[in-house]
Every structure is written in C-alpha cells, then in structure tokens.
Design a protein around this ligand. Structure first.
Ligand code: AZC
Length: 837
C-alpha cells in the first residue's frame, strides 16, 4: 500500500534526490566538487593521491545511493537473509572494482584525464584493505562480490581492525623477514560509513547465576562492558544496482562505565580500562593454520559474534515475527570455527533474554547455523581452555556444558556404553586444563557442514568427523568447491585478456562475466592462429608489465621472453615452498655444470615467489631467508643469469597478486597431497591462462577434471600414500643420500654455505633430512621430472598457447557465482531479488 510521506513536502524531497550519475560531465563535477569541499584543496596543489581521494568520494556517492536503495528494498520485502560471519575479509583495493560494477569506468577515466590525471596512476594510490591472512579471508571477499552480483540478501559481519595483516620487509643484511604494522586507516577510508548510532553493549567477565526455576535460565552480570560500533562497507554487485553490506565492528569503551574511578581520582585506572576496550579490535592475528589460545583473540571472537547476533536479532524483531520463526528468516554461515561462539550466544539470547525453553531454542539454533571447515591440519583446530572460558564468559561456559550433557545423552542412547566414542565426540577434551573443541561444537549445532573441495570434503568426513557422520548421517556433510570472482580476477586484473575473450566469444562482457561457463565458447577457436597470436600477445604484455614492476623494485633487467613461473601464497611447510626453492637450486647447479653451448638449449626461466610467514613461524621465515639469498647469488651469476633468475617479491598482497597472476606462464600448487583444502590462486592463474604445475590435491584435482589431465602437470604421491610414507620416515628411516641422491646434493650445496648463512639453514634442511613430514624426499624426483615436462612443453609455443586457451575456457566451474549459488540453494534457502532501476 501507499506509505505516508514522513516529513515535509514529498515533492521538495524527491525532486532534490539524485540517482546514480553516469555521464562523464557529472563524474567530473562530482570529483571537482569533492576536491573543493571534502578535501579543501585547489587544482594547483592536487597530487595523484588527492585525485584518488576525490575520485573515490565521487564514486562512493553513487555506491551510497544504491546501497540505501538496496537496504530499503530488502527491509520492505522481508526475505530470508544470510549472514557470512568471518574474522577475515581480504578486500584489497575498492575503487577499480566499484567503477567496474557501477559501469562508470570509462567515464571516470575520461574525466580524470581531462582533469590532468591518468587513471592507472590514480588507482594505485589506494591502500589495500588487508583484513585477512590468506585464502580464507580472500574467499570471504569473493563471496561478498558474488552475493551482491546475484542480488542475494547477504550481509558480511567482521571486525574493523585498526591494523591489518603486517607489512613485510626484507632485511637488507641477511634477507630475513621483518614485520611492520599496517596502519591502513591512517588516511580516511572512503569506503566505510561510520554508523555511530548502531551500537551494542558487549559484556565480558562477571558472574552467572542460574535461576534454578526449571527454565534453564541464568542472569549474567558484572564484569566489563564495552561498546561495539558499526562501520558499514558498501559491496556493489556487478551489472545491478544491488549493493550489499559488510558490517565491521569497532570496539570502544563504554562512557561512564568508569565514572567511579574518575571520581576517586584514579585516572590511570580509568584510562587503562578504555585502552583495553579499544584493544579488542586493534589488530588482526597474523597466524593462519595455528592457534595460540590468547585471551584477546577469544575476546575478539565473542565481541564480534555478540554484536553481530544482537544486530540480527534487532532486524528480525523489527519484522514482528514470532521468535520461533527465527531460522526461517536467518541463515548464518560460520567461516571456519572462529565464529563458533555465535551458537552459544544465540542460545543465551533465546533462553535468558527471550524466555524460549531450551529444547525449542536448540531447534532454532540448529536450523540457523552452517559451518565451513577450511583445513584438516590439526594445529589449526581451535580449542579454548575451560578456565579461560569460565573467566571471560561464565554464562557461555554453562551453556556449553548444558549442550555437552544433552549431546552425551543422545550419543549414549544411540551407542550405549561406547565410552571411547563419547570421548572422541565430546566437546570437551580432557587434560590439564580441559579444552573446548570448537569444531565439534560447530558440527553438533550446525544444519550442514562443508569442506571446500571434493577431496577435502571427503577428508572432513573420513578423518576429521567420522563419528559425527555416523551419528548424524552422511547428508549433513557435503561439499562446496571454492570459487573466485571473475570480475576482479579476470576483467580487472587482466583487461587485455578480458577484451580478447569478449571479441572472440562475440558476447557482451557482462554476459560471460556473469555466466562464466560461457568461456567454453573459446574452445571452438583454439586452433585459430589469429586467436593464438593475440592470446600470446596478451600474455607477453602482462609479462612486460610485471617485468617493468620488478625492474623498478630490484634495479635488475627481467627477460619477458623467458618462462614466468610463480608461487605466491602464505609461507607454510605444507605448501612446500621449500620443494620449489630446492628445485631452483637443483636447476642452478645443473646450469653451472653445463658448457656455454649446452646452456643455450635450456628453457629460460624467471621464478617468482611472494608470501608472508607468520611472525612466530621459524621454519617458514628461514625458507624466505633462503629464497632471498639464493636469488642474490643466482641473479648475480653471469654464467647462468640469462637462463635462470629468481625474485622474492616482498609484502605480498591482493594488489600484488593482481599484477603477478596475469603474467604467469605457470603456477606452482605443490602442497603435500591431502593438505591443501582447496587453494584458490590455482583457479585465478588458470583463469588468466597460466598452466598448473601441482600435486593431486585440493581443487587442483577438479581443475584437472575440467581442463583434462593433458593440460596440467601433475606429480607426486597421492593422498592415501602419505600416511604410510610418514610412518616409514619414523620407523624405517632411510638417509636422503640413499633415498634421493639428487636432493641430497642440493641440501649439501646449501649446507656448504654457497648461498651464505653460515649454517643458519640447518634447522630448515633438517626438516627434510629427518622426519620429512611433508614428504619432500618422496616427491622430489617426480617433481623434477614434472618440471622437465613443463620445460619441454614450453618449447612448442603453439601447443602451449592451446593449452592455455583450453585452461581458461574450462574455468566456468570456479566462478564464486557458482559457489554462492550452491550455498544459497542447498544451504541457506534464500532467493535473489533485484533492486529496480
Ligand atoms: C584456507 C585453505 O588452506 C585453502 O586451501 C583454501 O583455499 C582457503 O582456506 C579457502 O577455503 N585456509 C585458511 O586460510 N585458514 C584456515 C584456518 O584454514
């Protein structure tokens, strides 16, 4: 029905409202207006950064209009909503993505040009929003993009860290990693809207008294209260007005809370309290795949889940539906176990605050939550000490024990007397202290549990949660293979390839960018020499862009006619950067032993590494140091440096990936089989026509299924062999010299200090010589043979280019649009709804 206009004269209002502008002249007007007013600057002192700020503010005005429309649209429509809870959102830069999605890229380019600026120079002024460690955080960012593009009512919830992932510096003296803070908010962030009116109180510590009235309720009081303030980040969809929300919480002290202290003249204590409130969202923890049980981390997790749930509850209550229908209107996806406390918090809200009986509350909860696991590495499975939980969240610990008791009863009923099973399935691990197993809690309380690639999901069922599969049934455990957004990872980072694809498919770009399976149309043209030539030219152009970038950075010439071989990801033993660098050393030693004539026949290669090591991960940091020092020796060797060079690019980021990925001829995805849950950069490289050199692991397997095994380079032992090999390493060890003489020579070369170091690398080398948990000694020969196959294949450039075209053509499955469709239909049960033009 017609709504009454709330205030004043409707015509006055509506005639002054504006819509998204798309004319170049309007873009220019807005930019100049922002230079003049928002920035208070004049044309003669405006630099590239100022131009970036003004262009960002102009673009933001458009985003806000769409964002507002979208929020009004869904508030009226009252659909079921989905919420993506993630401690990490690795967004990267926003301006170019916003321009693409708003469809005003050419206009803005032209406008900036007439104002005297080049858009390339302006875009690179933006600092990455780096609120994530790696794959898990970047996946969340891709999923937001796809949710908005598909017009789904999805919000992200996360934390507004003051400091994102640390900045990585390489020490000149010894090549080791140094960490510096990332004060990304130093300049104003145009992409967020502070919502100082959206505030919730979050309690810590204190005590919890059960009411003992048979209701199961309790009263939690005392302790510390801090405020959660919302900052909204606009997430525009591609080719739609729909613009979703990413709500990030900032912690701040509750005013007046410490009035007592002020009155008592205890100023220091009062200020201390405020510091500790602000500390909660001050920094992103830089460890992926390890947990340390730090109190502040648990505080982050509770602060974030409590604020997010309070916000969802408020939105739900505004709809005036009975509380029992909560799960019909809300689906919550837990991105790994980090948000598992949300389960306990919703129980607390329902039971203690909404007066819902326990069993009814449990039904609501178990219909609301969905849980994604991202790794099978045991060191990543979160456990929190019971005493810490008791201290920080006493009411939540009671609820956890209540869940445990009821769950025990139901297991005991199904498997009477099976004590060992109960111990395995318990949410509490016995020991000193007892620990809460967050993954078990997430599984017990979720409607569905998924892994992120077929193999991984199988390992989740067979190795991580076999007892739970038996108990709940197989259908609760399924798979959603990861995906990446083709907007950022093809169109934006590789515009020349995007244009070539559009020309070849004879389809508008916005058609195939929204339906990536359309890329298959490229297969028809694989044998067309004209396409092959253009395809090669695009790759060459991207390689020259990277070569230029590296030349600027290192002051060394990079040969863009050589093969570009890239491994970029967090440093971790399971990802085996060590295997790669040992392979590079092997190649270098071979080259050194050749005559100048022999060398001329060798495939020229430039090897690139980039990635950060967790600050406390000693072996990973040693690997960086080795790579850097090997590169210094190799690049300075006049005998070989035309044939082989090596670069470790510092401070890996989303923006650096956007330069590296389009330039790769091949990428290395060489994790020990069964360890990399999915990988997502593998998909990005293939999308840009970079071939895959990898193990039979994670999403590599599904990539090979799509493109055909003759278009990928597979090597190494398979997942079922790995445990057996590890067993042999422990109980029947064979010295490396016997098992893999070629590798032994490489290790000895490092030990002999030809790359310097004076023995510092021994602990790293010993991870291979002894125990060899990641089976480098078993895979080295097969790896070297695979690298030889790559070299050989590269000799036939026509065949290579055909492989490259075929690879891109078959990447349809790996669009995050497909992944989000899976979640929306099979998990969340939500529907698209388009905001009208
Ligand atoms: C990563 C996985 O290691 C990677 O294989 C996967 O592609 C990515 O998640 C997205 O699903 N995991 C993490 O980054 N972190 C943790 C704790 O698993």
């Amino acid at each position: 029905g017609e709504e009454k206009w709330p205030r004043g004269d409707q015509k006055t209002w509506t005639s002054s409202m504006r819509n998204v502008f798309t004319e170049t002249s309007d873009v220019t007007k807005s930019i100049v207006n922002h230079v003049q007013t928002s920035l208070a600057r004049a044309p003669y002192n405006l630099d590239d950064f100022g131009a970036y700020q003004a262009a960002a503010l102009a673009t933001r005005d458009n985003l806000i209009v769409n964002w507002n429309e979208t929020q009004i649209h869904f508030t009226r429509k009252q659909p079921k909503r989905a919420y993506y809870l993630s401690l990490e959102f690795l967004m990267g830069r926003t301006l170019s993505n916003a321009l693409l999605n708003l469809g005003i890229q050419p206009q803005t380019e032209q406008s900036l040009s007439s104002l005297g600026f080049s858009i390339e120079d302006v875009l690179v002024q933006e600092r990455d929003a780096a609120l994530g460690n790696g794959g898990l955080g970047r996946l969340a960012a891709c999923y937001l993009d796809s949710s908005a593009t598909q017009e789904l009512p999805v919000w992200g919830y996360g934390l507004r860290y003051k400091y994102g992932i640390f900045m990585q510096l390489i020490k000149e003296e010894d090549g080791s990693q140094l960490e510096a803070p990332d004060p990304w908010l130093e300049h104003q962030n145009p992409w967020e809207l502070p919502r100082l009116d959206v505030v919730y109180e979050v309690r810590f510590y204190g005590s919890s008294e059960r009411l003992n009235d048979g209701s199961g309720r309790a009263v939690w009081s005392g302790g510390q209260e801090v405020l959660a303030v919302a900052y909204d980040v606009m997430i525009p969809g591609y080719g739609t007005r729909n613009t979703n929300n990413l709500r990030l919480w900032e912690s701040k002290p509750k005013r007046g809370f410490d009035l007592q202290s002020f009155n008592a003249g205890d100023y220091e204590h009062a200020v201390e309290a405020s510091n500790s409130a602000a500390a909660i969202t001050s920094v992103l923890y830089p460890n992926d795949h390890t947990t340390f049980g730090k109190e502040l981390r648990l505080k982050q997790q509770y602060f974030w889940t409590a604020a997010s749930l309070a916000d969802m509850m408020r939105r739900f209550k505004n709809m005036d539906k009975p509380i029992n229908e909560f799960a019909e209107y809300n689906a919550i996806q837990l991105n790994d176990t980090h948000p598992t406390l949300a389960i306990v918090e919703l129980m607390r809200m329902l039971v203690d605050e909404e007066d819902v009986p326990w069993s009814q509350a449990w039904t609501i909860v178990t219909n609301t939550f969905f849980f994604t696991n991202h790794t099978v590495l045991p060191e990543a499975l979160e456990k929190w000490p019971v005493p810490l939980m008791q201290h920080l969240l006493p009411r939540h610990l009671q609820i956890i024990f209540d869940i445990v008791r009821r769950f025990f009863l139901s297991v005991e009923k199904k498997f009477p007397g099976d004590v060992a099973r109960l111990a395995r399935m318990s949410l509490i691990e016995e020991g000193f202290p007892q620990q809460i197993r967050m993954a078990n809690l997430a599984v017990v309380a979720s409607r569905k549990v998924n892994g992120v690639a077929e193999l991984h999901s199988e390992l989740v069922r067979k190795n991580l949660f076999p007892d739970f599969v038996e108990f709940f049934g197989k259908s609760k455990f399924s798979n959603v293979t990861n995906g990446v957004t083709p907007r950022r990872w093809l169109d934006q980072c590789n515009p020349a390839l995007s244009q070539l694809i559009t020309d070849t498919l004879k389809l508008p770009r916005d058609v195939w960018l929204k339906d990536l399976y359309k890329l298959e149309g490229l297969l028809q043209h694989v044998d067309d020499p004209k396409l092959q030539k253009s395809w090669a030219a695009v790759k060459r152009q991207n390689k020259e862009r990277l070569a230029h970038f590296v030349e600027q950075m290192f002051g060394l010439k990079v040969d863009a006619s050589a093969m570009f071989d890239v491994q970029i990801k967090r440093l971790h033993e399971y990802k085996r950067q060590t295997l790669n660098i040992l392979g590079v050393i092997y190649r270098y030693l071979l080259l050194k032993n050749m005559t100048p004539e022999e060398r001329k026949k060798v495939n020229k290669k430039v090897v690139f590494f980039a990635g950060k090591a967790a600050p406390g991960y000693y072996v990973a940091k040693l690997t960086i140091r080795l790579i850097v020092n090997v590169s210094r020796v190799i690049n300075a060797d006049p005998d070989t440096n035309q044939y082989l060079s090596l670069f470790f690019l510092p401070d890996y980021s989303v923006s650096l990936a956007e330069v590296l990925i389009p330039a790769a001829d091949i990428s290395q995805q060489i994790s020990t089989a069964g360890t990399e849950a999915s990988g997502t950069s593998n998909m990005k490289f293939c999308l840009s026509g970079g071939l895959l050199l990898g193990t039979v692991d994670g999403a590599n397997i599904e990539i090979a299924e799509e493109v055909g095994e003759d278009n990928v380079f597979f090597f190494g032992h398979l997942t079922p062999d790995v445990d057996k090999l590890r067993y042999e390493h422990t109980y029947h060890p064979v010295p490396v010299e016997q098992k893999c003489p070629e590798l032994a020579k490489v290790l000895d070369a490092v030990s002999s200090n030809i790359f310097g170091g004076n023995g510092v690398y021994e602990p790293l080398l010993n991870t291979v010589r002894q125990g060899d948990y990641y089976i480098l000694t078993d895979d080295f020969d097969s790896y070297i043979r695979a690298v030889e196959m790559v070299d050989e294949a590269y000799q036939d450039q026509t065949e290579w280019i055909k492989k490259s075209i075929r690879t891109t053509a078959k990447m349809g499955k790996f669009s995050s649009d497909r992944a989000i469709q899976d979640y929306a239909q099979e998990y969340w049960n939500i529907e698209s709804s388009r905001v009208s033009e």
